[in-house]
Design a protein. Sequence first.
Length: 557
Amino acid sequence: MMRILLCILVCFAASLATICVASAADSPDQYRLGERMYRDGLLSDGTALKGYVRGDLEADGTIFSCSNCHTRSGLGSVEGQVTSPQINGASLFKPRYLFKDQIKNTVSKSKGVIRKAPALRPAYTEETLAAVLRGGIDPTGRELAPVMPRYNLNDKDMRIMVEYLQNLSAVFSPGVTDTSLTFATIVTDDVSPEDRQAMLASLETLVTINQQTKTQRKQPQFAKMFRMLDTAFFRNISINTWELKGDPATWNAQLDAYYQKEPVFAILGGISNKPWQPIHDYCESRQIPCLFPITDLPVISNTGWYTYYASKGYFQEGETAARFLNSSIRDNAGKKVLQIVRSTPQGEALASGFASAWNENEAGRGTLATINLGKDQKLDTPALQQLLLQHTPDSVVIWSGDDTISALAGMPSQSNLPQIFVSSRYVGKTFAAIPERMRDKLFITYPFRLPEDEKKFKGYNEFLTLGKLKQPDKKRIATRTFSMIHIFLQGMKELKLDYYRDTLLDVIGMRPDQYLPDFERYSFGPGQRYASKGCYIVQLDQSQTPQLIKRSDWVLF
Ligand code: HEC
């Protein structure tokens, strides 16, 4: 496995790039206006930027912004047949060649005489750039492909746009020097020492591998062969641990103090049992990528850009239960569903996922009643019986913790039970206590691969030994951290020499589906921020140590 990893590193083909460092934008306000135009398609007066495709077909910039095609970092994208080129200042204001790599653009005419291949187009000037944006004609007189819209920008907005492009991805993001790449990870003080160790030890392998290549790259043979190779592994990686203590309301200030002390390029992993919100907000405001933190309480948002989550956590389990109910019960109309929710972040996240998916199917759904339990109010058998008598539901959804199974197990055998839904993560591993007679009534949301399927990833465990873990990885902390490292390394490979945070997020968004342990599938898409989108509904079989039986597909609609 180590060899494979090294191989991955060695295969990082990178090219030489000349970085043209533009001066920072004249005024931050101007820059913000440009950013809004580029990303959201809004002009300086707040109205929508209008583009024209194929002569007169109007394209609304708020739907089709520059960043949709050219990516947020301006480093371009390939979507099917359409290649949207790099349009950051460093590429527009210098001649464009066929290859980004200078060596490839240098052809040997005859022995000893080296000349450059002709440029595809000369460097843009402010005037020629305005002309290509308005009329679609580039400085060589070539008409751009019709997919690139033409924009009627007035002089003021054109100046803002040109200036924005000049400064876009012009200087490397913080945390990068010629010889080093600095990252951080985050641990909050509610995390147990074992869990903390599982995450940190796994993350440490990244540094270990990086140090191993340090010796290799000094070997003359290696250095000669890969003299152009300059990726993540040709800089020294260090990962600082940011420990967050006390009230989450103080985390922002703690994070800022760490960052001021030593800026980092990105946050790798991280772990907390508390809601991730304050860290998410910090990363958005500072524009720091945060890759796959270990949290079951992520922020659910369509607009967040900087944090990549493995899944929506509890919210996703709640969604799945509602979709299953919506789709599995025909004639759902008129059926009664009772939802019992403990007032904890877990219970509330499950309920909010349930509510969002329940409302998706207006036609088929029944009536929903919700009962809230206090944070420390125990759900026991008499309380449950009382609620069932009172509401006579056809299905009951219980979002409570480890009291759930004993409350259920205590139900008298003659009682006529409705369908029951619980969260495997929230109730914990106490399923064996469920009496056999009750198992066909119990539906469990299970957000991971099923155990028999997980066996396919046996080889992956070799990674774990790299992490020098003393204990087996019962909580999937090490495996999830290794999945993060895997995706991060792919991102760094695609980054080539472009050490811009937005580029890292852009290129991860363009990765194909990944087959890794824990989650059935990690899938990506531009701007999508939850990689694993599914969850199973399972039931227990009748054996002594109950096995899980799949009752749904991974993804339900
Ligand atoms: C629908 C996708 C799309 C959108 C939206 C879009 N572009 Fe383009 N753009 C392209 C494609 C494709 C090309 C390459 C066309 C060609 O070379 O024939 C291109 C080319 C360009 C070029 C010429 C690059 C060069 O090296 O000559 C510039 C400059 C440019 N776009 C800027 C912008 C700006 C600024 C916006 C937003 C105001 C924008 N584009 C919006 C797809 C798009």
